[in-house]
Design a protein around this ligand. Sequence first.
Ligand code: SF4
Length: 254
Amino acid sequence: MSPDYPRQAADAARTLAELDAQLVRCRACPRLVAWREETALVKRPAFLDWQYWGRPVPGFGPEDAAMVITGLAPAAHGGNRTGRMFTGDRAGDLLFATLYELGLASQATATSPDDGLELYGVRVTAPVHCAPPANRPTPEERDTCRPWLARELQLLSSTMRSVVVLGGFGWQAAQAALEEAGWRLPRPRPAFGHGRRMTVTPVNGEGPPLTVFACYHVSQRNVFTRRLTPEMLRQVLAEAAHTAGLSTERPNQT
Ligand code: SF4
């Protein structure tokens, strides 16, 4: 498959459904294609009875999301197994529990694509859509995959008001995708730092500004070492939700 496929297919997509349908066919990065498929064949002992997805993992959440959360890439035995972002891995455990606590998800857990989970006004995605070895895509793979996220952000632009970027890799990748998607970024570009935020505006002057929040990644390591505590995550997600005009009270909360 041509390395130009992501750009050509993403640019041609008129809806997120079209974008996702083209994305899952992508084989533009030979190393990542080999890794995702090998992982899907070999599996982890705990998941031997699973039919791994083993393909690019599309974003998850409504097409009119007001808030976007973007991380790094699917986990080999998480999203690469289940076919849904942050589903079936430890990073997703904290993320979805916190979204549920804030009234932004229908349930606190994400285990499989048919577990009934719904997100309210929130879409989760990534700058690299295939699981990379050691969770480390190369700069070339990051750049090859960028058109998918850039187009996803463009297609969400009429409703999207905030973006939460998880981790330093995601921060760099998201800034490049936002720029490619038509937003003007501050110069020099702000360095990553937990809790940092920046406002970006459309280059063409049409449309409202977008607030971008930086947050430590919800990786198992960051959570285990308490670099990122549940309260730190809750605070960033709540601020981003309020910026996006989303309610953070669950219907059954008093
Ligand atoms: Fe395609 Fe992105 Fe996967 Fe590379 S990482 S094969 S560009 S979906």
